[in-house]
Design a protein around this ligand. Structure first.
Ligand code: NDP
Length: 296
């Protein structure tokens, strides 16, 4: 089985590395130097253009910033859609939006290409370890079965969550929960530290109590308390995900004041911190406002 992987960003690289270790893989990235370096290390084929990368591939995996980027790749100047052969499986691991995924699936169906939205969760560490969670939106269970051997190279849990677009929906909902956890911990922990309790001591109790979350148990101890603040996932991408979740609620005419507030605060943090900031950096903003540091 020949696989093409397009989009070697922070999470795309470790996903593609695992894929290339198992299947003959051709990679492409918009910034060519990234793909050249990756291919030299992973000892896989690199294509000069996106259309060339997908020509002859049985499965194409994309991992770009947004669904709009995937649409541009398929139908814009790269004309990737024209280079896909009938029978190809197109797996989009971008955290995208359901409406665009449904449109792309319909465009590709006409060409005999099956599409599934396959957003992932588990971060860059999870991708390196091959233990991501994949939420698959596919109209046909056969598509999921065909996708499984490819997805299994970087995932531990693969769940068919519904028709095309359902993967994007579950991902966006997961992300708005992640963002609300980060933003509320930023305010809560800086309040606690200002009140005189160290973050490490307070978290020891919280993480054995009902206020705990993945952010408090794993991310803050491993990245904030020790002062390392690695950059693994751009806040701009999390804010994009939150926008998808809030947009979904609006489309459904639902009142979601808390999610709207998360969207507003995440947008403000993105504007203040910039496009390259990591998703935990809103904690730094709270630190500055309150005049304390969350470090144990
Ligand atoms: P990065 O910002 O690190 O990389 C984005 C990738 O998309 C780059 O390869 C970039 O190319 C490419 N790209 C962006 N726009 C276009 C375009 N118009 N045409 C072609 N290529 C394009 O993002 P991540 O790798 O972190 O994230 C990728 C996706 O995975 C996002 O949807 C994100 O939300 C999701 N995700 C990320 C996680 C993480 O921990 N990082 C975790 C789970 C999901 P170039 O190099 O040229 O800029």
């Amino acid at each position: 089985m020949n696989v093409a992987f397009l989009g070697l960003g922070a999470i795309g690289r470790p996903m593609a590395a695992r894929l290339a270790a198992r299947f003959p893989t051709t990679v492409w990235n918009r910034t060519a130097g990234v793909a050249d370096r990756f291919a030299a290390e992973a000892r896989c084929r690199v294509a000069a253009g996106a259309a060339e990368a997908v020509r002859g591939a049985d499965v194409v995996v994309t991992c770009l910033s947004t669904s709009a980027d995937v649409a541009e790749l398929l139908h814009g100047p790269c004309r990737v859609a024209d280079a896909l052969s009938p029978g190809t499986l197109f797996l989009d691991c971008t955290s995208g939006d359901a409406a665009t995924s449904r449109r792309l699936a319909a465009d590709l169906e006409v060409r005999g290409v099956r599409f599934a939205d396959c957003p992932v969760s588990g971060g860059t560490n999870g991708a390196e370890a091959g233990i991501l969670t994949v939420m698959v939106g596919a109209d046909d269970p056969d598509v999921v079965e065909r996708a499984r051997p490819v997805l299994e190279t970087f995932a531990k849990l693969i769940v068919h969550v519904g028709p095309v677009g359902a993967g994007d929906t579950v991902k966006a909902i997961n992300q708005v929960l992640l963002a609300s956890n980060i933003l509320s911990l930023a305010e809560a922990l800086t309040t606690m530290v200002k009140a005189g309790v160290s973050a490490r001591t307070g978290l020891e109790v919280i993480n054995a109590s009902s206020g705990r979350s993945f952010v408090s148990e794993t991310l803050i101890p491993a990245r904030v308390l020790n002062g390392t603040w690695p950059k693994t996932f751009r806040l701009a991408l999390l804010d994009k995900d939150v926008g998808i979740a809030v947009g979904l609620a609006r489309q459904l005419h639902l009142a979601v004041p808390l999610l709207e507030q998360v969207g507003q605060l995440s947008g403000e943090a993105r504007r203040e911190l910039g496009e390259e900031a990591d998703y935990l950096e809103p904690i730094r903003l709270s630190e500055r406002r309150v005049g304390v540091v969350v470090r144990g």
